[in-house]
Design a protein around this ligand. Sequence first.
Ligand SMILES: Cc1cc2nc3c(=O)[nH]c(=O)nc-3n(C[C@H](O)[C@H](O)[C@H](O)COP(=O)(O)OP(=O)(O)OC[C@H]3O[C@@H](n4cnc5c(N)ncnc54)[C@H](O)[C@@H]3O)c2cc1C
Length: 317
Amino acid sequence: MRIAVIGAGVAGLACAAELTAGGAEVTVFEKSRGPGGRTSTRRTEAGAFDHGCPGLVHGAWLLELAPLGLEHAEFAGREVPVPAMSALCRALAAGLDVRAGVRVERISREEGGAGLLGEDGAALGIFERVAVTAPAPQAAELLADAAPDLAARALEVEYAPCWAAMAAWDAPLAIAEDHLADGAPGTPLAWAVRESAKPGRAPGERWTIQAGPGWSLGRLDDEPRAVALDLVAALGVAGHAGPLPAPTFLAAHRWRYARAVAPLAAPCLVDEEAGIGAAGDWCAPRPELGDPGVLQGGAGVPEALHSGRALARALLS
Ligand SMILES: Cc1cc2nc3c(=O)[nH]c(=O)nc-3n(C[C@H](O)[C@H](O)[C@H](O)COP(=O)(O)OP(=O)(O)OC[C@H]3O[C@@H](n4cnc5c(N)ncnc54)[C@H](O)[C@@H]3O)c2cc1C
């Protein structure tokens, strides 16, 4: 059976691996340059930054990652993949056919399956089954024509955004801690980490600084550099270092859909007649695994993993 998976984040790759193990011929389409989604690592001239998900919450679910051979180590109350957060999806993607840099623009129902169209109307093929694993609002757009009922469910999901700044300095900052959570009163900071302090990272004074959801929402359309400068100032306050010197490298990333704070009460969605399904952290609520340390929680990696696998089983049955 030919199956297309849209998205090479945790959910899409977990889905693709399970489909492949079940005997399907699977192609994964990913719009970014590589797999990872919200667990990717930004590589810059100043070094690497885990600018999205900072680590994996402890729990029995981690045993499910053991077959991947992923190296990870404890840091700041989480298990952190080594040598970078992106190692998680790199391990999940092993052996899969991932077409990176290919954005799926449209899914249409065709004789014998679903047709996928890329940018400029490029035909990406006809597949007997399609798994959509983009964040819910983007999934809703993709599902609108071919599976409108699933699109409507996806539109019910609420997300919290997150602005993340990545900053580097030539000399160490006068901040004693390697990790600050929830910042200081009056600052937007929700989480900041000295990247080089994490296990297996390259040396150098690099900080990833993430803002809380309320502040991020209020600044959603602001200019990235202004946002990044404000987050650097917040780091100085929260780290009791006063005004910080100008960073030698500074960038910002806006995660418009960082955490699904109101996911659906279903492990995945399937339109059996169309042969189309959807999965992701947004449709697998497991509140007992909630992670209030970052961005006041929301669904995360364990939910994405379980949702992707649930969709694979549903599409194969
Ligand atoms: C700042 C931040 C902090 C976080 N903190 C934590 C935490 O502490 N603990 C935790 O468990 N989780 C955390 N998370 C959430 C966690 O990263 C996500 O829940 C999880 O990675 C979601 O995986 P996913 O596969 O469902 O979605 P994604 O990772 O979003 O993957 C979807 C993929 O689909 C691709 N895509 C979308 N549209 C298309 C298209 N049209 N064509 C092709 N490809 C497409 C995207 O590029 C992306 O790669 C955090 C996330 C962020 C951003």
